[in-house]
Design a protein around this ligand. Structure first.
Ligand SMILES: [Mg+2]
Length: 268
């Protein structure tokens, strides 16, 4: 890792914190804090990372947020002891200090349809096409990369038929999965704005950082950038708009640096 780049990012964060006196660091989960695994249930947050984030969140005027496509249930498992603000389903459900603070009413209203979609997928997709179905509570995710290439056109045709039966849901095509969502206008920038509102923070008056790794993170990255915040893209990218770290491991290194600068020595 380029040590000077790490120093530059750390210094920018510290400087922005000194300037605004309030720091809000927000992280995507998979591919950002947690390395990908073939089966998403094996992608586990490292204990050491959880501890650093807990220590940072315990400091005055520092807030830590997690903004993930996964459900709140998973984020609660990750941060069972933490003071983070957790936003599951890209912010359709948010909890602060272990209390559920907000659940998007339209997403709650779409639950019956999601249940129906789950039944269709379990009966019509899973037995014929090797894939993994994740239930995030307010959304579903079907990972199809285990389906051999030759069978994928049939899989997509089958999914199309299910889609036609459920017009109240939105099927988002991702590189190796389909995310099935309530058909509402929502992205991670919306989730991030909700988090700021719940914490009573104004983006312009806060040292704001967002780190994420996929296209789904771009709205949040662009929003933070537009507020002169600090943005980090993890993994492959051709953009030079944001800072770039190679992997979750590099982000962990940055977190350790921040811990050494922001957490008093006796607490480390
Ligand atoms: Mg991600």
């Amino acid at each position: 890792m380029n040590e000077s780049k790490m120093e530059i990012i750390t210094e920018q964060i510290i400087q922005a914190f000194v300037e605004h006196k309030r720091l809000f660091l927000v992280f995507d989960r998979d591919g950002t804090l947690v390395p990908y695994t073939e089966d998403p249930k094996h992608a586990i947050l490292a204990d050491s990372v959880r501890k650093i984030l807990n220590k940072l969140a315990a400091q005055n005027n520092i807030s830590i947020g997690i903004l993930s496509a996964r459900g709140l249930k998973q984020l609660r498992r990750d941060f069972y002891d933490g003071m983070q603000i957790l936003a599951g389903n890209s912010g359709l459900e948010i909890q602060k200090q272990k209390q559920l603070t907000r659940r998007h009413p339209a997403a709650v209203a779409a639950r019956d349809m999601l249940r129906e979609a789950k039944i269709h997928l379990e009966e019509e997709i899973l037995p014929s096409f090797p894939s993994i179905l994740e239930d995030h509570g307010l959304s579903l995710c079907l990972h199809w990369q285990r389906t051999p290439i030759a069978f994928r056109p049939d899989l997509f045709k089958q999914l199309d038929l299910i889609r036609l039966k459920l017009p109240g849901l939105h099927f988002k095509e991702m590189p190796t999965s389909f995310e099935i969502w309530p058909a509402i206008e929502w992205d991670k920038a919306c989730g991030l704005k909700e988090m700021l509102q719940i914490l009573n923070l104004k983006a312009e008056e806060t040292a704001l950082l967002y780190a994420g790794d996929t296209e789904a993170d771009l709205p949040a990255l662009d929003f933070v950038k537009s507020k002169n915040g600090i943005t980090i893209q993890i993994g492959r990218t051709s953009s030079d708009e944001h800072f770039h770290l190679e992997s979750p491991q590099e982000l962990h290194e940055l977190l350790r640096k921040l811990e050494s600068k922001l957490v008093p020595k006796q607490a480390i």
